[in-house]
Design a protein around this ligand. Structure first.
Ligand code: SF4
Length: 350
């Protein structure tokens, strides 16, 4: 591949085929760092299609970083529903507060300054620095990894291949129109150099692509064999009473740190590979419900048996009573929605 040409070919292609995305500046417009940051945090481990709706709702409710900083955390968590990984929403809120109150509402322009903020790691810092400020930062997401691995036929398996991929990505990143270039490689990966059946006939980089020349594009990126996801099991408890708000269920908040940090949950035993025999959290006439709730987390599969009971007078030390009719409007992790749906089928569909 002629090293002087690739970025120009790609930018020409991008000028004609760029995706129109709600957070993306139109040609000739300056990108808004707030929009770039918000979209990049939302897009982590989530698809563009899922993010589009949530992004529009966020922007109309909190159109700038000051507005988001003033928002209640619970409101932010509610708007985040469906995007998963609630720790990201908590960091998003923290980051907005930091920028609004301590940085005058202005995002840092360089990667180090950006990385010092909550929830902004290497990739996001590079993406913001590049897209919002046109710095020649090396932006490597899953799409870029795939494109580079194919262009250069990188035989090393991911994640070990990240280093050579980054090295190649750096050699291709131009100083001018760096933000457009970064978005162009991502668009190429998302629309042309797709994981299966890439449309190489439309690719502006076809003539220099080593995998295309060899006819084995789908072999790249090489991936290390996947480890099997372990299964954890537990019993989860639905304790109900008739309270001042009608039917109420006992919920508590998960610890701030860790999986689903700070989110509301129904009490359960510990989620363990080897199930422990535990007594229910309170003495009541517990009944097991038929079936189980299954939820797949990134690192494990969770199987929950659900038990329910109705009590009269009981005030939990840990947690609070929540009106069942409010369950659809509070920020609940998907696994807890599944539990509610299991107990009361048909009442919690979106
Ligand atoms: Fe990807 Fe095909 Fe383009 Fe190579 S030629 S970069 S495999 S789309």
């Amino acid at each position: 591949m002629n090293r002087n040409q690739p970025h120009e070919k790609l930018l020409n292609w991008y000028d004609q085929h760029r995706r129109v995305l709600p957070w993306r500046a139109l040609p000739g417009e300056a990108a808004d760092p707030y929009c770039v940051w918000l979209s990049e945090i939302m897009l982590q481990q989530t698809t563009v299609a899922t993010v589009k709706n949530r992004y529009d709702a966020f922007i109309s409710r909190w159109p700038n970083v000051h507005a988001l900083a003033e928002a209640l955390l619970d409101d932010v968590l509610s708007e985040w529903a469906g995007l998963g990984y609630y720790a990201r929403a908590r960091n998003l809120h923290k980051c907005a507060i930091e920028i609004s109150r301590n940085l005058g509402g202005v995002f840092p322009t360089d990667e180090d300054g950006l990385k010092s903020l909550p929830g902004i790691g290497d990739y996001t810092a590079a993406a913001i620095s590049s897209i919002a400020y046109d710095n020649a930062s090396v932006v490597v997401d899953g799409n870029v990894e795939r494109v580079m691995a194919r262009l250069f036929r990188i035989e090393e398996a991911l994640p070990g291949a990240k280093k050579p991929i980054r090295k190649h990505a750096k050699t291709l990143t131009p100083n001018k129109r760096a933000g457009d270039y970064a978005q162009a490689v991502m668009d190429l990966g998302a629309t042309i150099c797709t994981p299966r059946k890439p449309s190489c006939e439309y690719c502006p980089w076809q003539s220099g692509c080593l995998a295309f020349a060899k006819g084995d594009v789908e072999r790249f990126p090489v991936k290390a064999p996947k480890k099997k996801r372990p299964t954890r099991r537990a019993t989860i408890y639905w304790l109900q009473r008739e309270g001042s708000s009608g039917r109420e269920v006992w919920m508590r908040r998960r610890p701030e740190q860790g999986l689903l940090g700070g989110m509301m949950e129904f009490p359960s035993d510990k989620w363990l590979v080897e199930r422990e025999a535990n007594a229910p959290p309170v003495a009541a006439n517990w009944e097991g419900l038929p079936g189980e709730v299954v939820h797949i987390f990134t690192h494990f599969r969770l199987e929950l048996d659900v038990r329910q009971a109705i009590v009269g007078a009981f005030e939990p030390e840990d947690g609070r009573w929540v009106a069942v009719r409010d369950l659809g409007s509070i920020a609940l992790p998907t696994v807890m929605k599944k539990v509610a749906e299991h107990v009361l089928p048909g009442q919690f569909n979106d």
